[in-house]
Design a protein around this ligand. Structure first.
Ligand code: NAP
Length: 259
């Protein structure tokens, strides 16, 4: 066990989670990187980069929707480090197929809700309990929890209703955890990315290229994983330590409504 702060990032292998992981390593956090598979090239190269930054890298393979595995995972992290300073709930999926709301299947609904909402809620519950206990054990301990939701928490897309519903639910989860945990000294934040260039959006790239060209994003560009990672790093550094419960939108102005 060592004294460096520890960050747990879900969905660390690729995209936004990878950028978040690297930004937290640069902020001096040892990294617990969670993704479904440990065998991916993404996890191997991430380990190299985190260690190059001088931080420890502890990879864990976990499907976040397998809630029965959460207790063991949290135990493993605490056995290794004895602390968790920041949890970033980033893992998430889009529906396997974009299907109209009126054709939405229960199978797709359950898959997306279990990964994007149920998994993070119960994983956060486990870690929050440990953070509450750690508060009495570690001096100057200021734990934080971040939920990566989406602009889909409030923008509708009739061809991926289950995704929007999951993110709206995750947004409320962030608020409820903030309500419960803030008085206990655990700060909780929600970050809402807009349209970010990752594997998740690769298959709709042409569609979004056109929409961006037509001005749907006022800042007229794709968001990058590093745009989201900068917001996380800022919270992790403590720049927002009087702002628990806040929602940060990282969307280039997708939220600006104009006539
Ligand atoms: P991505 O490139 O598809 O990466 C998804 C990450 O989540 C991967 O590391 C993947 O691990 C992990 N993951 C997927 N299902 C998992 C599961 N069941 N258990 C554990 N890990 C799992 O996605 P992204 O674009 O970076 O998105 C990251 C988060 O941002 C998601 O919550 C997404 O909803 C949100 N978001 C994205 C955008 C966007 O435009 N890209 C916009 C708003 C919000 P493996 O590599 O092991 O599969």
């Amino acid at each position: 066990m060592n004294g460096n702060p520890v960050a747990v990032v879900t969905g660390a292998s690729r995209g936004i989670g990878r950028a978040i992981t690297l930004s937290l390593a640069a902020e001096n956090f040892n990294i617990v990187a969670i993704s479904r598979s440990l065998d991916s090239e993404g996890m191997e190269t991430l380990a190299v980069e985190v260690e190059k930054a001088g931080r420890e890298f502890f990879p864990i393979g976990l499907d976040i929707s397998f809630t029965s595995c959460h207790t063991e995972v949290v135990r493993n992290i605490l056995e290794r480090y004895g602390r968790i300073d920041i949890l970033v709930n980033n893992a998430g999926v889009a529906p396997l197929q974009r299907t109209d709301l009126l054709e939405l299947t229960e199978e797709s609904y359950d898959r997306v809700m279990n990964i994007n909402l149920k998994g993070p809620v119960f994983f956060t519950q486990k870690i929050a309990k440990e953070m509450l206990w750690l508060k009495s054990q570690i001096e100057n301990y200021s734990p934080k929890i971040i939920f990566i939701s989406s602009v889909s928490a409030y923008m509708t897309s009739t061809k991926r209703a289950e995704y929007c519903i999951s993110k709206a639910g995750l947004s409320m989860a962030a608020s409820i955890f903030a309500d419960k945990l803030t008085p206990e000294g655990i700060l909780v934040f929600e970050i809402r990315p807009g349209i970010i260039e990752t594997d998740m959006t690769a298959r709709v790239k042409e569609k979004y290229d056109k929409m961006i060209e037509e001005g749907v994003i006022k800042q007229k560009r794709w968001g990058l994983p590093s745009d989201v990672a900068k917001a996380v790093a800022s919270i992790a550094r403590g720049d927002w330590d009087f702002s628990s419960g806040s929602v940060f939108e990282v969307s280039g102005g997708l939220n600006i409504k104009s006539l």
